[in-house]
Design a protein around this ligand. Structure first.
Ligand code: SF4
Ligand code: SF4
Length: 295
């Protein structure tokens, strides 16, 4: 299949056109997020379940949800008008793998006619071991996983529960499964040349002291870049009144972790339906006359 042709060199070349994975690309190439994945299988205390996944997205704005067919139509319209469009990403508003069927169909439909497009997705990683192989075969070259800790005791302060294979797990028991799957899934991807970015939400007094250890482990697993992000407290979330992490603290952490893994410093915490260059949001322009496509 053509996915067998996704060689490591070809994937690395695609990175030069990905505005998030390459600083040099971020002013030249545009990305579009397609909001086709509304559900989530875990519960993060920084999420209020009404807004876009904090994995990849700034809280505070709700996305429309598109069917794979509507997403394909939207891609066609946007790619006609946004010449520098190089990347299509699935970043929620829930988890791209919890809605795997929608994610798979959307990427499949677009890729068939647009082999030059770079595909990425972001996930909490719970279902990565299950879908890593399909992700590779689908032609996705870049995957972002949010990994906040390696220790279930710390994780129990960050995650409320997980739903996995039809069962509900609370506290440390759930977090242990989540972490195990994240690590196994990430190495499945990196071992096949997929470029992996790790998002880490920095929570003062909860995981901040532990982040260097997380980054070292990610280095061992062969990730390409880590993106240490500030917590932006979402109204209605468990962490609603938690202090927002300052950029000074975030930047100090990035500086000390830079010795291990390349640091992303230009993430804009975009919406799940963001369109355009990073820092530029043209989603509204393509949403207004889009009403009939909304499900
Ligand atoms: Fe919310 Fe994303 Fe966490 Fe799911 S993974 S609970 S959508 S922040
Ligand atoms: Fe890129 Fe960050 Fe925006 Fe994702 S949220 S598209 S990583 S800038």
């Amino acid at each position: 299949s053509d996915t067998k042709m996704q060689t490591a060199a070809a994937i690395l070349e695609k990175t030069q056109k990905h505005p998030c994975y390459s600083f040099d690309a971020h002013q030249k190439f545009a990305r579009m997020h397609l909001p086709v994945a509304p559900y989530c299988n875990i519960s993060c205390n920084y999420c209020n379940r009404k807004f876009d996944c904090v994995n990849e997205s700034r809280p505070g704005v709700t996305s429309e949800i598109l069917t794979p067919q509507a997403a394909k139509k939207k891609f066609d319209r946007v790619s006609e008008k946004v010449g520098e469009l190089s990347v299509v990403g699935i970043a929620g508003p829930g988890d791209a793998l919890a809605d795997w069927e929608n994610t798979r169909q959307t990427i499949g439909l677009i890729r068939k006619e647009n082999p030059q497009i770079v595909f990425c997705l972001s996930t909490n990683g719970l279902l990565l071991p299950e879908y890593a192989q399909e992700i590779v075969e689908l032609g996705v070259s870049h995957v972002t996983v949010t990994v906040n800790c390696l220790d279930p005791v710390i994780g129990a302060k960050i995650y409320k529960h997980i739903n996995y294979k039809g069962r509900h797990y609370e506290g440390e028991a759930g977090v242990a499964i989540l972490i195990e799957n994240q690590l196994a899934g990430i190495s499945k991807l990196t071992s096949q040349g997929i470029i992996v970015k790790i998002n880490i939400v920095m929570l003062k007094g909860i995981n901040d002291h532990h982040i260097p250890e997380v980054v070292k482990k990610m280095k061992e697993l062969g990730v390409y870049i880590t993106n240490i992000m500030p917590l932006i407290p979402a109204p209605g979330s468990v962490f609603e009144n938690f202090p927002q992490t300052t950029m000074k603290d975030v930047n100090e952490m990035r500086n000390s972790c830079e010795l291990d893994v390349m640091q992303m410093r230009h993430c804009k915490q975009c919406r799940a339906d963001a369109i355009g260059l990073l820092g530029e949001d043209r989603s509204q322009e393509f949403r207004d006359h889009d009403e009939s496509l909304t499900v």
